[in-house]
Design a binder for this molecule. Structure first.
Ligand SMILES: Nc1nc2c(ncn2[C@@H]2O[C@H](COP(=O)(O)OP(=O)(O)O)[C@@H](O)[C@H]2O)c(=O)[nH]1
Ligand SMILES: [Mg+2]
Length: 335
């Protein structure tokens, strides 16, 4: 073989798929090509980004046909167990389920969903499921954009139920809320948000609250927590889409209550599609992400400009030294 490295020649025979191959693969539901396209979305290389955007462009007309479910709750509440049991049930009903994650802590843990795959053993190997961990090494804004783009590709690949999981800490709930149709909060048995480190704002965002682990010794405590939160929910203003947040108990382990959660999601979908808020919400979300993307590009464009780079260093020095106010300093960069 003229001394050619066999690995290299093997590679040369199997080039990375073209945009067209990726799009065709995704549209035919091929999970390997879907994964390759999402890897391009997650890449920082400019040529990868360009290719990813071309794939997204072609997939966009085929996206949107799904229900996007956000799931949050503190670590240990049972999100992964819930998604496994719930996902398998939905597949039994004939659905195809994609699970994505936004986890700003995944830089440290290498994507908690990866470790979680042991808890999602049966779902992760099912041919009607697709599980993708949170991209690591990015700020929340970057992760959120990539997850949103991954949603589109999963929908184009025929997944009609998209679950976006996040941990119940930090700002990631807001990001997930801004890319999903319905928001599910999992809580532990035992009353009081202060006990669970759940911020009031997150409870307020929830469309459905499920007190998980309502089994065995915890059954009574779960009922009490349900009563506590049912009371708390009355204090919140009604939702503009007329949906009244619902609360119930469930057990991700036994599957009790999961059918009811699904029924609530269907009710939510019916109500919001009938009164159009399902669609206006998606439109508003798309415009929100347009603005986010413009912000991101403006900043990048600005800081990539050589004269601005220089000026920024000088202004930064003066602001740090207390010679200049941050506001004045910003005016000198962006008049
Ligand atoms: N008793 C009981 N344990 C549960 C239930 N759901 C999850 N667990 C357990 O709680 C622990 C954390 O679950 P996991 O799904 O990893 O939580 P996550 O961190 O929110 O993803 C595991 O040991 C699970 O077996 C449930 O409904 N009942
Ligand atoms: Mg988990």
């Amino acid at each position: 073989m003229h001394g050619i490295n066999p690995h290299l020649s093997a590679r040369a025979r199997k080039p990375t798929p073209s945009v067209e191959e990726l799009v065709n693969g995704i549209l035919s539901g091929n999970r390997v090509l879907l994964s390759q396209a999402i890897t391009l979305i997650e890449s920082h290389r400019a040529d990868h980004q360009e290719k990813a955007q071309a794939v997204i462009d072609s997939c966009l007309p085929h996206a949107g046909n799904s229900i996007r479910i956000g799931i949050t709750g503190t670590p240990g509440v049972g999100k992964s167990t819930f998604i496994e049991t719930f996902g398998l049930r939905l597949i039994e009903k004939g659905h195809r389920v994609a699970v994505l994650a936004i986890d700003p802590s995944s830089q440290m843990t290498h994507g908690s969903i990866l470790g979680d795959k042991t808890r999602m053993m049966r779902l992760s190997v099912h041919e009607s499921a697709y599980i993708r961990p949170s991209p690591a090494g990015d700020a929340l804004g970057g992760v959120a954009r990539k997850t949103r783009e991954a949603i589109m590709l999963c929908e184009a690949a025929g997944f009609d139920i998209i679950i976006v999981e996040t941990v119940g800490v930090g700002q990631s709930e807001t990001a997930v809320h801004s890319m999903t149709d319905v928001f599910l909060l999992l809580l532990m048995p035992g009353a009081g948000d202060e006990l669970q480190g759940i911020k009031r704002g997150i409870v307020e965002m929830a469309d459905i609250i499920a007190v998980n682990k309502a089994d065995g010794d915890n059954a009574l405590a779960a009922k009490r927590a349900k009563a506590f939160y049912a009371n708390a929910l009355h204090l919140f203003p009604p939702k503009p889409n007329y949906w009244i947040p619902q609360i119930l108990t469930c057990s991700a382990l036994s599957g009790d209550g999961l059918e009811e959660v699904w029924q609530l999601i269907l009710n939510f979908q019916e109500l919001t599609k009938n009164n159009q808020s399902f669609y206006t919400n998606r439109q508003e979300q798309a415009v929100f992400w347009l603005r986010e993307a413009i912000d991101e590009r403006l900043k990048k464009h600005l800081f990539d400009t050589p004269s601005v780079k220089e000026r920024f260093l000088e202004v930064q020095r003066q602001v740090a030294a207390g010679e200049l106010s941050p506001f004045k300093g910003a005016q000198m960069i962006v008049p």
